[in-house]
Design a protein around this ligand. Sequence first.
Ligand SMILES: NC(=O)c1ccc[n+]([C@@H]2O[C@H](COP(=O)([O-])OP(=O)(O)OC[C@H]3O[C@@H](n4cnc5c(N)ncnc54)[C@H](OP(=O)(O)O)[C@@H]3O)[C@@H](O)[C@H]2O)c1
Length: 334
Amino acid sequence: MTIPQRSAGALSTPLGVMGIGCWAFGGGEYWGPQDAKDEESVVGQALDLGINYFDTAEAYNEGRSEEALGRALKGRRQQAVIGTKVSPSNAAPEALRQHCEASLRRLQTETIDIYMVHWPLPAHLVGEAFAALQALQSEGKIRSIGVSNFGVRQLQEALAAGVRIDVNQLCYNLFSRSIEVELLPLCERLGIGILAYSPLMQGLLSGRFRSADELPAVRTRTRHFRGDRAGSRHGEAGIEAEVFAALERIRALAAELQVPMAQLALAWILSRPAVSSVIVGVRSASQLAENAAAARLALEARWVAQLDQITQPLLDQLGASPDYFQDRDHGRTV
Ligand SMILES: NC(=O)c1ccc[n+]([C@@H]2O[C@H](COP(=O)([O-])OP(=O)(O)OC[C@H]3O[C@@H](n4cnc5c(N)ncnc54)[C@H](OP(=O)(O)O)[C@@H]3O)[C@@H](O)[C@H]2O)c1
């Protein structure tokens, strides 16, 4: 049985409600080594399940993620929707064109289906960067223009440049619900599909980790965790006690419903119609099989409400800024 699909903005191809996050592909510092055979089996099996969206970025592992995805899609490119991202530092018009062409080469494709600006642009670049993206679109090098980590004001500035934006890729999971305050309703009103990233909060919501000290240091840099942890950029106290108390309540609910925690966490995101696709980082075919089952799990409204209630205190404390890496009042997403 294939997974359901949803529309994403005005994109002509609907997306599977679950997509594959390819950040780890090609191996690198953040996620460690990645077996190329696993990449091939994840991509092949995902396509067999009707998972058509694959998410990467030029910045992931210095281009190796795009290269690995291009290799893994060989012979099946037509079945896939590829989303990749240009870094804001490469968004001046001439650089943007060169970086788009480099991504096309690494991905071994003629066209990028969804080309996103990875993080908000400096105000002076907005007009010319989006004009350059429209030029690439009219030449067929990209099919659709998207953004990522764009806040309410930034989205409105981009739209004022006269561009059609189909998706906004945002961090969204049970512990990171800040977009619900303003951004999610705005995207819904504007017909911009949300691609939800870090849906398992980088593995934490699979239930594998029982304390912050068990997590790899790179995964504890957000405002959920103490600001004095290695690599953190924010200076806040964090909400670790609340996070792990909520985790235990979700674990208990998953046990009661007899579903793996990861599935419960993913199905909760899919209860939000504004989300076009949940982008999960998948390292192996076994993680894929477990996560894909969530796409078919219709969560009853009372369980959604219970998960909302369990995690509401985290939303209250984290506030409306969806940039969890920076202090609450100094987010880059505004
Ligand atoms: N636009 C942006 O700024 C942005 C930022 C972040 C991510 N993204 C995109 O979103 C994708 C997903 O986000 P993410 O990788 O940050 O976080 P995620 O999807 O929440 O977590 C991925 C990690 O969770 C673990 N995992 C996955 N399935 C599991 C399962 N069934 N059981 C146990 N553990 C499981 C794996 O960790 P192990 O490696 O420990 O097995 C995997 O690497 C990325 O690949 C990327 O494409 C975009």
